[in-house]
Ligand binder design. Sequence first.
Ligand code: C5P
Length: 239
Amino acid sequence: MKAAKDYIVFSLDVPSLKEAKQYIVLLSEYVGMFKVGLELFISSGPEIIKIIKTSGKTKIFLDLKLHDIPATVSRAMASIADLGVDFATVHCGENKEMLEAAVAGSVGKVGVVGVTVLTSVSGKDINAAGFRSEFSSDISRLVMNRAKMAKDAGCAGIVCSGLEVKMIKENFGKGFVALTPGIRPFWEGMNKDDQRRITTPAQAIENGSDYLIIGRPIRDAKNPKEAAIHIAEEIKAVI
Ligand code: C5P
């Protein structure tokens, strides 16, 4: 059975291997997965994946948010597949071909996850980007369109906010994995930072999220280990 800590994906949003290692040692027993994003992968490369694997305790999520022509995305995903990570992201973007290329490149070795609409984006941003008002007035419609593209392309799941996850699960089934960033625990004082579509850990889990992607509320806490334990307790109370 999935333990409460297994729902927590800690974002290793740090600039160097040295700092990443400190968090890996500190948090390996208290989270279920480590996420490596652009900042750390650009500075440290595949070495960081080897280090997490050596710790042997958690899953790995490589969040590089690919977005390019299908041929390039397919080849990039093929390289990612060789790294041996559990999940990797690609933007859902404008058409299904890029997502299909990502899935083809993964050759079944890594779960391809489509990023629907970033949780830092608001309806106002969608309007300014030129989308029709039906999408800017209700971002979940755009999330649903993009989730459908990801599902049809054969992706393992999507990244969306905890506000949209219920709708995703109702429409695409429990097996379609939903990872949700924009998590802000109440006890953190709900500092939104640059996030816009936020939920608490309990809200996201109650809505059906499979994994909570959490960075700053743990990384910047006075005691990151205690923060992870506290979040796991909140999750335990609702699973
Ligand atoms: O610090 P915070 O908890 O806001 O971190 C969220 C993490 O999730 C960051 O690493 C960010 O890149 C990632 N993320 C996101 N929105 C998405 C996909 C990933 O915030 N749609």
